[in-house]
Design a protein around this ligand. Structure first.
Ligand code: HPA
Ligand code: ZN
Length: 324
């Protein structure tokens, strides 16, 4: 591991907290909650981490998170992530969670948000590691379900900063969620959406123009569309790119083909993130390292992307000044 990367203070903007569930914790929580998994042991579970696309990952991801039942489970998962983030010099993290994946199993939203938030608060007090929480709608479900979730989240409004959109992208375009995004905007939520991971560049345009998001999660499909790249650069729309995720889900065949540095040099506000680090082979440092090893990124380029994350995050200007 490069000492420059390890020492670099980092901001994470694209992390699914359920994607930090390491196999060891999946089995520990299964034991604690009396749940029998489809996999005999950790090795068998890890053997399933050979993904061919986004859907093949999502199938394993939704199974893994079924071990989460209580407020304490959500605390323990979040705390384990925060310990790793702190050890890797992550100073601020904006974190997604998938409420519908839990409430649809009968887990109360209060247990989900309560456990995650308690861990975030403890990390802030103990280490000064700050965070924001982003409630993400599952795009394979109908817009009506997202509306119900938005409504159920009203008592927790003060613990939530933003709204996101994730899960199976193809066939579930941003336009499916036009009305619920408008309602969330009315309530003062900040807005982001996954777009252009497996879906086309048009989904990125629609997320910007119809959902009116301020950041795009992934967005790598923009690289094939010169006019869109020019627009993203001109408007400084941040892209929260996840290199190891893109490799594991075969969005790119080889890291050397990743468009991240081309986008950076075109003036786009690209940032480095870990997405689902327990499933994709590494946390923040590993993602920066993959760009150095696989793409030949220089320390200067890595620093520029780290500074882009400070620019793109939701801290106040005063808090950002301390980070940068
Ligand atoms: N893409 C879409 N949905 C997701 C992802 C992702 O990379 N990770 C968790 N949910
Ligand atoms: Zn993601």
């Amino acid at each position: 591991m490069s000492t420059f990367i390890n020492g670099l203070p980092k901001v994470e903007l694209h992390l699914h907290i359920e994607g930090t569930l390491e196999p060891e914790m999946v089995f520990a929580l299964a034991g604690r909650n009396g749940i029998t998994l489809d996999y005999a042991d950790e090795r068998a579970l890890k053997a399933a981490y050979d993904f061919k696309d986004l859907q093949s990952f999502l199938d394993v991801y939704y199974q893994g998170m079924q071990v989460l039942l209580t407020e304490q489970d959500f605390f323990d998962m979040t705390w384990a992530y925060l310990e790793r983030a702190h050890a890797e010099q992550v100073r601020h993290s904006e974190i997604f969670f998938d409420p519908q994946a839990h409430t649809d199993r009968g887990v109360p939203l209060a247990a989900v948000i309560g456990g995650i938030h308690r861990a975030l608060e403890q990390a802030r007090q103990q280490w000064g590691l700050t965070s924001r929480l982003i409630m993400s709608f599952l795009r394979h479900l109908p817009e009506e379900s997202a509306f119900e979730t938005l409504h159920h989240a009203e008592p927790f409004r003060h613990q939530l900063s933003g709204i996101g959109l994730d899960s199976a992208e193809k066939g579930n375009p941003p336009t499916k969620f036009t009305h619920v995004y408008a309602a969330a905007r009315e309530q003062g939520f900040r807005l982001v959406a996954h777009a252009g991971e497996e879906g086309p560049a048009q989904y990125i345009r629609d997320a910007l123009d119809i959902l009116r998001v301020e950041r795009i999660d992934h967005g790598v499909a923009a690289a094939g569309d010169r006019h869109l790249v020019e627009r993203l650069a001109r408007e400084r729309v941040p892209l929260t790119v996840c290199p190891l995720s893109n490799l594991k889900l075969r969005v790119v065949e080889r890291m050397s083909e990743h468009p991240m540095l081309r986008l950076l040099h075109a003036g786009v506000c690209v940032t480095v993130n870990s997405d689902d680090p327990a499933y994709f082979g590494g946390y923040m440092n590993a993602n920066y390292q993959a760009l150095q090893d696989g793409l030949g990124a220089t320390d200067g380029e890595l620093l520029q992307m780290a500074l882009n994350s400070v620019e793109a995050c939701w801290l106040s200007p005063e808090e950002k000044a301390v980070l940068a």
